[in-house]
Design a protein around this ligand. Structure first.
Ligand SMILES: Cc1ncc(COP(=O)(O)O)c(C=O)c1O
Length: 414
């Protein structure tokens, strides 16, 4: 069947954009002319409001206000204010979200705190295909606490659960394939054997609905530089269910988690609530950028976000099937209930394919050994972007642009 008869024309892409529920949001981003940005699952695009807000924070708050800005610009509560904006995106009260460390450090602190709540249990379960830092940190925590890392099969994580498991750690959406776990079913499975549940939301929050309270999740950690558009290295967030906050014993007991940091007491006494996940001085400039960036989510409900995301990924898959079906294997689930907001295509020359696309202004990325990955951030990617990206991909394949000798050496960051 032709792309015309399937309704896969560029005109149809324009129509889809005009009817889209998030059509007004792209204007809130600064995306370079001529760039089709399909890498918001790695580094989000720049929200238009951020540069001016950062300039103000640097010139006025830091430059003029100097140290008084901890009070006058309320830097001291900035983490709390950012947490309040992230809460609705992950289906929790903002007061239960702490923002401040890198994802890796947040994972470490949360894993230790969780495992300390199940002292009689010996195992942390996670999938062997998880993002590497999750596994590396779990191994470090296991060494520190004398536990065992148990690798589960992503096809059925619950098969690895028993009464010796303290914590199940899963990444909600897989960074390679874009496959999404059933958060409710797996959290219930963990609880069913007495374990606690920690979700890594790096590849889901901001692009797919996340309902932590509804699913009775114990802990969650996520980065803010992907679909939350906080900027390179922007701080991670941690959610701790209210029922666990009073007993929370995290390992980096710095003064910013103390009940009265400016009393300068000798002994540590944790502050009430999720703020006890704090350790040191918060990254004020990075938090300021994130605070401004998060406003692009104002007024968007989870159902609308999901509809917009699936419309883009469905459209991309349909176009690839119709125009490039012989060249690529779509490794992302076709079942929309199991799909995040990215689509990964397998090809043995995937690195060259991605580099050739980047030269044409279509930015996706490569994941070793053979995946070309495309992220569809529903706030700024349009159906016209998707149509044009596939057009470029068709040309890359037709002219074998992926085979250029310059692609024989890979960049450090791919
Ligand atoms: C699932 C997942 N977890 C963790 C991280 C990274 O953690 P950090 O922010 O500490 O670099 C990433 C980064 O891409 C990720 O995809």
């Amino acid at each position: 069947m032709s792309t015309l008869s399937l309704g896969l024309t560029r005109d149809s892409a324009v129509d889809r954009d005009e009817a889209g529920p998030l059509r007004d949001r792209r204007e809130l981003f600064l995306i370079p002319e001529g760039t089709i940005y399909l890498d918001g699952n790695s580094l989000g695009a720049l929200p238009r409001a951020v540069p001016a807000r950062l300039t103000e924070a640097v010139s006025e708050e830091w430059g003029r206000g100097l140290i008084s800005s901890w009070n006058s610009a309320d830097w001291i509560n900035l983490s709390r204010r950012v947490g309040a904006k992230i809460g609705p995106i992950i289906g929790v009260a903002g007061a239960d979200v702490h923002v401040g460390d890198s994802t890796s450090v947040a994972l470490f602190k949360t894993m230790v705190a969780a495992c300390r709540m199940r002292p009689e249990r010996r195992a942390i379960v996670l999938e062997s295909s998880t993002f590497p830092t999750d596994g590396y940190i779990a191994a470090g925590v296991a060494r520190l606490l004398g536990l065992e890392v148990r690798w589960c099969d992503s096809a059925d994580p619950s098969a690895s659960l028993d009464e010796d498991v303290a914590l199940l750690l899963l990444t909600h959406v897989d960074f390679r394939t874009g496959a999404m776990f059933d958060m409710g079913a797996l959290t219930r499975a963990a609880h069913g054997c007495g374990a606690l549940m920690l979700w890594d939301l790096c590849h889901s929050a901001g692009a797919v609905p996340v309902e932590l309270t509804e699913h009775d999740v114990d802990f969650a950690v996520g980065c803010s530089y992907k679909y939350l558009n906080g900027g390179p290295g922007s701080p991670a967030y941690v959610y701790v269910a209210p029922k666990h906050q009073a007993g929370l014993d995290q390992p980096i007991t710095g003064w910013m988690g103390h009940a009265r940091p400016f009393d300068m007491d000798r002994d540590y006494a944790p502050v009430e609530g999720v703020a006890r996940m704090g350790s040191g001085t918060p990254p004020v400039l990075a938090l300021t950028a994130l605070d401004a960036a998060l406003d692009v989510f104002g007024g968007i409900d989870h159902a609308t976000l999901r509809m917009a995301s699936l419309s883009l990924t469905d459209y991309f898959i349909d176009l690839v099937d119709a125009r490039l079906g012989a060249d690529f294997e779509v490794v992302t689930p076709r079942d929309s209930a199991r799909r995040g907001s990215q689509v990964s295509l397998r090809h043995e020359q995937a690195y060259g394919v991605v580099q050739a696309l980047i030269e044409r202004g279509v930015v996706g990325d490569f994941r070793t050994p053979d995946l070309a990955r495309f992220g569809f951030a529903p706030l700024f990617v349009t159906h016209v972007d998707v149509y044009d990206a596939v057009d470029h991909l068709v040309s890359v394949m037709e002219h074998e642009e992926f085979a250029r000798p310059s692609y024989a050496t890979r960049n450090l960051v791919t």
